[in-house]
Design a protein around this ligand. Structure first.
Ligand SMILES: Cc1cc2nc3c(=O)[nH]c(=O)nc-3n(C[C@H](O)[C@H](O)[C@H](O)COP(=O)(O)O)c2cc1C
Length: 473
């Protein structure tokens, strides 16, 4: 089914945090901006693309910024591998710092946070030093709930290792020339959550992102994120450092509400952004247009060519949902025109599966799902040919959608970006299936991991997704 426009109930008020005393942060050996001064220096970005393994790669970040995102995180990198001399290719493959690359270069890919998982302060510092100059801060992943993180002793499995967290954050705060920040999950109780957040702050974190779910809330068990807990952390730390809210923001409709109700300075989106890269567009379309003008000329020309798909006038400031074929074509235009950096074909495939999900969810054009599953060739196929196979798939989808418009399966005048109000007024509140849109998970007793924070589980999940019975979810 195509999704109807979602809404979230207002959270109840939270207990006062004024009784908690924050310990002071350690003093850095470097002169660098801290807390809100750091935030001001990067333009106070409110609309944030989350770190996502194999999904918040450079091309996707460019697409997201084009549609209003003002800060982006890289996928999580393993500090031990990234900084290690014995794995020189790992860092090169994850983050392209060659002179021609736009990765981490202003204005194309800044402000940018590089995220690491780590459990050793020296290895993390060595890794972080490699990205100085190509990002604005480095982040510690304290949220990954996957089995691989448990095995590797990182992410949310450090939630009980407070001394280790302190040793790592304070080490980088002291010895790295750029700010260190952290992304954490909440505990089941508010007291523990606040004590934890204050510990992370007093270790030296210059920004804190709160994902309002506990460690066990993942995949189909993810459920709602607790905005009240996010609000309480924001009340506790917000005067000292910026706090970002993460979780419970499936669509553009919740973005401003989330900031208002949690009191945070910004909203970080992962799945909302993946299923609809226009999630921040109604909040900041003008910023996206300005960003577009800074892109390399050949990329702009390739993006202009994609616009030929759209018929008729549309509201460029308020549109929230756009045809998947247009967004996918824009993404592939970016992939093709990025100098130097090659986008992983597995990342491309995973993005396209999400963008086109609404079509298959209505049981239409199921053969194209198989076509996408097979696209991308093998390692022996040249890179641009692999990308072309994905473009062929998108072109095929475009033809199918045009046929659906012609035979009345899709409402007339729908093949253009639509505002939320237009969806409510002209389409009975149902976003046309031709458009990228939020995906609301069905709760299930079975712990099926769908939030992937490592390459292995991402690959497994994609394979499952490709063979999944359509419409099951
Ligand atoms: C495909 C995918 C990959 C993810 N990879 C990471 C990661 O590398 N680092 C991290 O801290 N969180 C990762 N996450 C978690 C998100 O950053 C985010 O905290 C979580 O999905 C909740 O946000 P949402 O409700 O907007 O999806 C990932 C999530 C998804 C869906």
């Amino acid at each position: 089914m195509a999704a109807s426009v979602p809404s979230q109930p207002a959270p109840p008020p939270v207990a006062s945090t004024s009784a908690i005393q924050l310990e002071p942060q350690p003093v850095s050996e470097h002169q660098k901006l801290e807390g809100h001064e750091f935030w001001d220096s990067i333009g106070r970005p409110k609309y944030v693309v989350a770190p996502m393994v194999d999904q918040s790669e450079l091309a996707w970040r460019v697409l997201s910024r084009l549609h209003g995102a003002t800060l982006a995180y890289t996928p999580m990198f393993h500090a031990g591998l990234f900084g290690s001399a014995s794995h020189p290719r790992y860092a090169e493959e994850q983050f392209d710092t060659s002179p021609e690359s736009l990765e981490g270069v202003a204005p194309y890919d800044r402000p940018l946070v590089v995220q690491f998982c780590a459990n050793d302060k020296d290895l993390w510092l060595a890794a972080a030093k490699k990205v100085v100059g190509r990002c604005d801060a480095v982040d510690l992943n304290l949220g990954c709930p996957q089995g691989i993180a448990k095995k590797g002793r990182y992410g949310a499995f450090l939630m009980e290792e407070w001394d280790l967290i302190r040793s790592m954050i304070s080490h980088l705060h002291t010895h790295l020339t750029i700010p260190v920040i952290a992304k954490l999950r909440v505990f089941p109780t508010l007291d523990r959550t606040l004590a934890y957040a204050s510990h992370v702050f007093s270790s030296g974190a210059q920004l804190v992102t709160i994902h309002g779910r506990v460690r066990e809330a993942k995949g189909r068990l993810a459920g709602f994120a607790s905005w009240p807990k996010i609000k309480a952390v924001s009340e506790l730390l917000g005067e000292r450092v910026p706090v970002l809210a993460n979780g419970g923001v499936p669509s553009a409709e919740e973005v401003e509400d989330c900031m208002e109700q949690t009191g945070t300075v910004g909203v970080m989106s992962a799945e909302g952004n993946l299923y609809n890269p226009m999630i921040f567009s109604p909040s900041n379309a003008a910023g996206g247009r300005e960003y577009r003008l800074c892109l390399p000329a050949d990329m702009q020309a390739a993006l202009d060519a994609c616009d030929a798909q759209l018929v008729g006038e549309w509201d460029r400031d308020n549109a929230a949902y756009a045809p998947s074929t247009w967004l996918a074509s824009q993404y592939l235009a970016i992939v093709r025109t990025l100098p130097s950096t090659q986008t992983s074909p597995s990342a491309i495939k995973a993005h396209l599966f999400k963008l086109f999900r609404p079509i298959w969810a209505t049981q239409r054009h199921l053969d194209t799902r198989e076509m996408l599953g097979k696209a991308g060739g093998g390692r022996q196929v040249p890179y641009l040919e692999r990308v072309q196979q994905y473009q062929d798939f998108v072109d095929e989808m475009y033809k199918k959608v045009q046929a659906d418009l012609a035979d009345g399966s899709l409402p007339p005048n729908s093949h253009r970006p639509l505002t939320h109000e237009e969806v409510v007024r002209d389409f009975a509140g149902v976003i046309p299936y031709s458009h990228a849109q939020p995906y609301m998970r069905v709760m299930s007793a079975e712990p099926v991991a769908e939030v992937q924070e490592d390459k292995e589980s991402a690959k497994r999940a994609r394979e499952e997704e490709e063979t999944e019975v359509v419409g099951k979810a």
